[in-house]
Design a protein around this ligand. Structure first.
Ligand code: NAD
Length: 499
């Protein structure tokens, strides 16, 4: 598949690709692949106005009919899975298998949202007053602003928009400035679905392209009651307070610093495979990438050499090649950040294997790396910051409570796992005194979540939840209604207030 055929399959025209000021480069070779138009402040303002108008119409459409649009969108994604998966690979550098997986995740969330469109359950609550009925109902809330990161350039939009749309909202998407093409392609697929369903309000789903300033405008606009922002903790630190200052609602999905504990009873073969996928998949550029490993002293001598052996067999290269396991980093900045983190690890006594630049002769303008394992000396704290690159810091432990305490002693709280066959260890890890993350797994790695569960994390990860479970409630407003069907007017709490 070459890039022109992918553009054609996704309906991206010359006008979409060569009409603007934002140069899009592919991390695969560093070449410019398009120049797309960014949106001015006036255009963003108009888009928000259109989204508000679309919401006013859409909220009147019954939820199961709203689900029909999402069902057709899911089918468009099925039809274009290979092309969109390839564009994800070409624009953000993850391997084709992971690009396909990302599109499958979109299809899965569409299916989930379609089912949800016939549910969106409220509650009936016991009233303390005779002849009264109390209920809780969920209503559409308004335009939802979606800000997304480069590393999941399409799935994050779909996690949010599939739910937001069945909940009766319009959506405005500000994709990463590093990956606008996949966003334009998703908009084309949405437009196809809307045309097939018919009678869909203009502006129900829109893309606004630009840098942080475009996101800021969305964040500060009171017509957008919900902002779902996925990206770095630095971004969330700005977005969270700005949305709160205008009493909006934010769903923040920020950085992770995810750890795996490998206990003495673990199946080591399984653990090695899970650690490998978690640490080097998407070249360590997943929010859920495994970054810290805690290995029990009894098995350290077996596990760590096995891991190093596995690392030595990793094929780094063109993400579209079938045999490649690790594609490029997104850009030079990411490469420099990785090198600085490795320098710092060495200063702190770490022993580094790997981490060097790869394929520089073939791709002088792209940034491929050999994933790094860093064996760290005993310390009171583990690495505290997220470096968005394939670096796995390895720590030795003897006491599980101490390992859990070190594991939790970081500012982030996204994903975590333990490998053990000891039921008490597994239960402890997932209990209130275990991992403090939003995701706590047993005998599964830290990355690769299913959409059925609520996705998100605590502390500096932002506290937001997306995807399954009851995450849909984040895209609706709640109304408590008490209906009096008696002829009396009793006050709550037995208050007497008679003339
Ligand atoms: P980033 O923070 O640089 O950018 C993310 C998005 O925020 C971009 O669209 C950017 O333009 C926008 N943005 C930046 N500053 C803004 C501001 N002040 N106001 C409004 N918008 C602003 O992140 P990135 O480098 O694209 O992605 C990597 C980061 O994303 C990592 O930290 C990773 O862990 C995190 N991430 C988290 C999740 C999750 O679900 N928790 C998922 C994917 C990525």
């Amino acid at each position: 598949m070459n890039i022109e055929s992918v553009f054609t399959a996704l309906g991206l025209s010359e006008n979409d690709l060569n009409n603007g000021d934002l140069v899009v480069t592919s991390p695969v070779n560093g070449n410019a692949i398009a120049q797309v138009k960014t949106h001015s402040a006036a255009e963003v303002d108009t888009a928000i106005g259109k989204a508000k108008q679309a919401f006013e119409d859409w909220k009147n459409v019954p939820a199961p009919k709203r689900g029909e649009l999402v069902r057709v969108l899911g089918n468009k994604l099925r039809d274009h899975k290979e092309a969109l998966g390839a564009l994800v690979s070409m624009e953000c550098g993850k391997i084709y298998q992971e690009g396909l997986g990302e599109v499958q995740e979109m299809i899965d969330i569409c299916d989930l949202a379609v089912g949800l469109s016939r549910q969106l359950f409220g509650l009936t609550i016991a009233s303390e007053r005779p002849g009264h009925r109390m209920t809780e109902t969920w209503h559409p809330i308004g335009p939802v602003g979606i800000i997304s990161a480069f590393n999941f350039p399409v799935a994050v939009w779909c996690w949010n928009s599939a739910l937001a749309l069945v909940c009766g909202n319009s959506v405005i998407w500000k994709p990463s400035e590093k990956t606008p093409l996949t966003a334009l392609a998703c908009q084309k697929l949405f437009d196809l679905a809307a045309a097939e369903v018919g009678d869909i309000p203009d502006g129900l789903s829109q893309v606004i392209v630009g840098h942080a300033d475009v996101g800021e405008q969305l964040v500060n606009d009171t017509r957008v009651p919900v902002i779902s922002a996925t990206g770095s903790t630095a971004m969330g630190r700005k977005v969270g307070p700005a949305v709160a200052a205008r009493f909006g609602r934010s769903i923040l999905e920020l950085g992770g610093n995810n750890g795996i504990i490998v206990a003495p009873t673990a199946n080591l073969e399984m653990a090695v495979r899970a650690i490998l996928f978690g640490a080097v998949g998407t070249a360590g550029q997943r929010c859920t990438s495994t970054r810290r490993l805690f290995v029990h002293d009894d098995i350290y001598g077996e596990l760590v050499p096995a891991l190093k052996k596995a690392y030595s067999g990793i094929r780094v290269g063109d993400p579209m090649e079938q045999s490649t396991l690790v594609g490029p980093l997104i850009d030079k900045q990411a490469f420099d950040a990785m090198q600085s983190a490795l320098d710092m690890a060495m200063v702190n006594g770490g022993e580094v294997v790997g981490g060097s630049r790869a394929l520089e002769d073939t791709y002088p303008h792209a940034y491929y790396v050999n994933p790094a394992i860093v064996e760290m000396p005993e310390a009171d704290q583990t690495v505290q910051t997220e470096t968005f690159a394939p670096i796995l810091y390895v720590y030795r432990y003897t006491d599980l409570d101490r390992a859990i305490s070190l594991h939790n002693d970081v500012p982030q709280g996204l994903s975590s796992a333990i490998f053990t066959n000891d039921v008490r260890e597994a239960e402890k890890f997932t209990s209130a005194v275990g991992s403090d993350c939003g995701i706590a797994n047993v005998n599964i790695g830290t990355s690769g979540a299913e959409i059925g569960g609520a996705f998100g994390g605590e502390k500096e990860t932002g506290g937001g939840r997306e995807s399954g479970s009851d995450a849909w409630k984040g895209y609706m407003r709640r109304a408590t209604s008490t209906v009096n069907y008696s002829s009396d007017l009793p006050l709550a709490q037995g208050i007497e207030f008679n003339l």
